[in-house]
Design a protein around this ligand. Structure first.
Ligand SMILES: C[S@@+](CC[C@H](N)C(=O)[O-])C[C@H]1O[C@@H](n2cnc3c(N)ncnc32)[C@H](O)[C@@H]1O
Length: 276
């Protein structure tokens, strides 16, 4: 039997647990299965939704109850000023990562740049920078071909953005970049927080050597590929900043530390010294 939007919303919200967050999730899922905007859902509670839409809503609500992230259920995640397609092959972009965009776009030197985004995932960093700076040239790379396909879809239409499959900087002999940026996997394989992240690709989250393996590889591979006055910008875990600063200095960088909006140490920018 067909139900009204109001009935379907109540049912989905109750199935999720009826807290304010659940009501918001139910409204988003309803909007997703019906194609209606949030304001349409609110403005037309009496409109009917068909049986097929109701079944889909019930199936999605059941998956949400099992912990599936909203971003994977509705297939998109907002980042900076854009919406990005995401799938279980890509990490769900986090608001902390916007700090990297903020740092790069707030630099005084706005001359055209060549940027490499390593481990691009859904492409959030590369696409945001390419869209914000049409005169820059951006290269996005990832070891995951499946993730790279999603990034390509997110970057469709941008003519200043290229995609290359590969392991960190190993395939970039001879290329020189002004900015190398990465949000690499940095979680210790034994970290208890991983239990809450089972739906996301572990290859996007976990790094060996207590979470430092990929950070260190990038720091040391990047030095020969940076232009004079170029810089390397890395996101890292909240408790990894001292070690990242140390590793950057070891590689010959002059590093600066940054905190995210929550006040957690979150990024280090290493300036290439003239003598490198
Ligand atoms: C933490 S996710 C970051 C995704 C995206 N940049 C973001 O900020 O949302 C790390 C990404 O690094 C990629 N990755 C893991 N190991 C890699 C490697 N050896 N070489 C290149 N990319 C790698 C993963 O596939 C994943 O997309």
């Amino acid at each position: 039997m067909a139900k009204t939007i109001a009935e379907a919303l109540l049912e989905a919200s109750a199935a999720l647990g009826n807290k304010p967050d659940h009501r918001r999730d139910a409204a988003l899922l309803l909007g997703h299965v019906t194609g209606l905007s949030r304001s349409d859902v609110i403005a037309h509670p009496e409109a009917l939704i068909c049986h097929a839409q109701l079944s889909r809503l019930q199936a999605m609500t059941a998956r949400r109850r099992k912990g599936h992230p909203m971003a994977y259920l509705i297939g998109t995640q907002a980042f900076w000023d854009l919406d990005f397609k995401v799938t279980p092959d890509t990490l769900i972009p986090r608001p902390e990562t916007e700090l990297l965009i903020e740092i790069i776009l707030s630099q005084d030197d706005t001359a055209p740049k060549t940027v490499m985004d390593l481990g691009t995932g859904s492409g959030v960093i590369a696409v945001t920078l390419a869209a914000a700076r049409p005169d820059w040239s951006v290269i996005a790379t990832d070891a995951s071909i499946k993730a790279l396909r999603i990034a390509q879809q997110n970057g469709a239409g941008l003519t200043n953005l290229d995609f290359v499959a590969g392991h960190w900087l190993a395939c970039f002999g001879g290329v020189v970049a002004d900015i190398i940026v990465a949000n690499p996997p940095y979680i210790d394989p034994l970290d208890s927080h991983l239990a809450a992240l089972v739906f996301e690709p572990q290859s996007a989250l976990v790094a060996q050597d207590n979470g430092y393996a990929d950070l260190k590889t990038i720091i040391h591979q990047s030095t020969p590929l940076l232009a004079k006055n170029g810089y390397l910008l890395l996101e890292h875990g909240y408790n990894q900043q001292d070690a990242v600063l140390r590793e950057m200095r070891l590689a010959g960088y002059a590093p600066t530390a940054y905190c995210d909006l929550a006040g957690n140490p979150r990024a280090v920018m290493g300036h290439r010294k003239e003598t490198l």
